[in-house]
Design a protein around this ligand. Structure first.
Ligand SMILES: Nc1ncnc2c1ncn2[C@@H]1O[C@H](COP(=O)(O)OP(=O)(O)OP(=O)(O)O)[C@@H](O)[C@H]1O
Length: 574
């Protein structure tokens, strides 16, 4: 279905506002007739007969015609804006809801800046078709019909000559529109590319400064900006031919009235007052034609934007985004991977993984970089779906579970602790919206974060900055542990941080982690020897397969890949 038609579906939600503004627009158009009719009457009857007593009331009537029109216009603008903002709100809300339900691999191949452009700019642009397009378009057409009728009622012959340019205008509009879509699409895409680059560079501003690549990045930004400039100029070049061209065609209508109207006046077939009225009407006739051309331009741009918005809305939700089974209560958290295979693209990432984690066990995942450790964790949270095999929790295949239910039983502490730009409290209650201050402090104390949070200028209400930029790496890690503690999930996924912290911080973090791992089924992508040693079982991965399994001592005795990794990676710790 055409994007433009689909945009109109949003109209139906607000029938009162839509019809209210249309009614105002129709009445406004009707009020337009007052001035030319009054002028005609005054020229024909009042002035020649010197009716001084009637003159002022007629002039006031002409004035009241304009007053009424603008009064209605004011009301229309108010209704229009309320309508417009409601629709923008609805489309954005639908879009955001949809984005949250899209599978993670959709985001893997998208740029954040592009998604933001669609939500912020494209929604506004597409909505203009709906509001301005429908309303102004209808008003313009109505004005053309009403004034056109008045022209024919006044003098059909002159009216016929006056409207000769109309088919020519329709033809040029069709020619312009026919090839315009790709030009507007290119313009919207160039905007999006530039926003995506800007977003990326702002996120990586530290790297840019550290590598003193400001100049190179400025050049790259200018290249993108230049592409947008060129795309916009291309749109404008066509408009520069189309707009004056159509204006000229419309103006020939005036000349035709002058020529044929003047001729009829000279032949005594038309009165002076009629001739004057004709000029007033003809300007009212061609003025909305100009507006229709502007609307056409806007509609084309809006259509390109709507295509981009509907592309997101039409993407399929991730499976079980909102529906599915629930885990049987109480959740014991017995996790099994049974012959699981997975690939992100063409090459297999995980092959035939078997893994068993009994309730309360700590499972360490160890292996060289790129072995597939994080992918195992991502499959358990169902960020990605297994290509073959199955994963069960308490005997239930997770592929049939509602994701919200599954994830509500899983805590995930990522390697790079991500904090949102908000207060300490806002970042923590992400795990439990109903948590009291006492519970928050208990989680902070258990993660050894209570001490430093108490020292922050506004305690729990201190803003941590974008991605937690105002905190140290160790502090961020402890806050993310506190967040997981607050959630208190039966299953915990922990990607241990690799960045070096001083010994004291390391001790504090380790203590926090020990508390976090207590009495839960945990999967730890282990980088610390202490974690690996305490693990119930270690799975050693290589090239997407489990190559060794056992405890630390067993694997050291086995003297395989684990022993090699351990002697290399953990040498410093020992
Ligand atoms: N989103 C993704 N899209 C495509 N390929 C991916 C994606 N994420 C990871 N990969 C690839 O899958 C393989 C396994 O990656 P994974 O992150 O699971 O390894 P890892 O063992 O956790 O590595 P590390 O210890 O370095 O974090 C790698 O070859 C990686 O390049």
């Amino acid at each position: 279905m055409s994007s433009v038609v689909r945009v109109f579906a949003y109209l139906k939600r607000y029938p009162t506002l839509a019809s209210g503004q249309l009614l105002c627009a129709v009445l406004m158009t009707l009020a337009l007739i007052i001035f030319p009719e009054v002028t005609g009457h005054v020229t024909r009857d009042i002035i020649p007969n010197k009716k001084f007593d009637e003159f002022i009331p007629w002039v006031l009537l002409a004035l009241s015609g304009f007053f009424l029109r603008e009064l209605l216009n004011g009301l229309r603008i108010i209704l229009n804006n309320v309508f417009e903002q409601k629709v923008i709100y609805d489309v954005r809300s639908d879009l955001y809801k949809k984005i949250q339900r899209l599978p993670l691999n959709w985001f893997d191949s998208r740029r954040t800046g592009d998604i933001m452009t669609r939500v912020i700019e494209d929604v506004t642009a597409m909505e203009r078709v709906l509001i301005d397009g429908v309303e102004q378009g209808l008003v313009a057409v109505l004005q053309i019909l009403i004034i056109g009728t008045m022209l024919y009622l006044n003098d059909a012959t002159v009216a016929m000559w006056a409207t000769i340019p109309v088919p020519l205008l329709a033809l040029s509009a069709w020619l312009y529109t026919r090839n315009a879509r790709h030009r507007y699409k290119a313009q919207r895409e160039a905007t999006s590319d530039m926003n995506a680059l800007l977003h990326d560079n702002l996120s990586g501003v530290r790297q840019i400064k550290a590598y003193t690549s400001e100049e190179a990045e400025h050049k790259r930004f200018n290249e993108f900006s230049n592409r947008l400039r060129k795309a916009t100029l291309k749109v404008m070049r066509y408009w520069a031919m189309y707009s004056p061209g159509t204006s000229f065609i419309a103006m020939t209508g005036y000349v035709l009235v002058l020529a044929f109207g003047g001729w009829r006046v000279m032949q005594g077939q038309m009165e002076h007052d009629q001739f004057l009225k004709f000029f007033l009407y003809i300007s009212l006739f061609y003025e909305p034609v100009g507006r229709l051309h502007q609307l056409n331009q806007m509609a084309l741009s809006a259509r390109a934007a709507a295509d981009r918005v509907f592309e997101i809305l039409d993407t399929e939700d991730e499976p079980n985004a909102t529906t599915g089974d629930h885990l049987p209560r109480p959740v014991k958290a017995h996790v099994r991977f049974e012959d699981v295979s997975f690939s992100y693209g063409d090459t297999p990432t995980l092959s035939h993984i078997d893994l068993d984690a009994q309730p309360g066990e700590t499972i360490a995942l160890v292996g060289p970089t790129g072995a597939g450790k994080s992918t195992i964790v991502s499959l358990l949270t169902r960020f990605y779906e297994c290509s073959a095999g199955r994963i069960t929790v308490d005997g239930k295949d997770i592929s049939g579970l509602a994701k919200s239910d599954l994830r509500s039983h899983i805590g995930y502490v990522t390697q790079e602790p991500f904090l949102f730009n908000g207060t300490v409290r806002e970042n923590l209650v992400l795990a439990d919206r109903t948590a009291s201050d006492e519970e928050i402090w208990a989680a902070l104390d258990a993660s050894n974060a209570g001490h430093f949070v108490r020292k922050l200028p506004e305690g729990l209400d201190t803003n941590v900055g974008e991605r937690g930029v105002k905190l140290s790496g160790g502090e961020k890690q402890r806050l993310s542990i506190a967040r997981a503690l607050l959630k208190d999930p039966p299953i915990l996924l922990l990607d241990e941080a690799t960045s070096a912290v001083d010994n004291e911080t390391e001790r504090l973090i380790q203590q926090a982690l020990d508390r976090l791992l207590e009495q839960r089924t945990s999967f730890v992508i282990a980088h610390r020897l202490s974690t690996v040693r305490n693990a119930t079982r270690i799975y050693v991965l290589d090239g997407g397969s489990v190559v060794e399994t056992g405890t630390h001592d067993e694997l050291m005795a086995f003297n395989g890949l684990y022993a090699e990794l351990a002697s290399r990676d953990f040498a410093e710790e020992e």
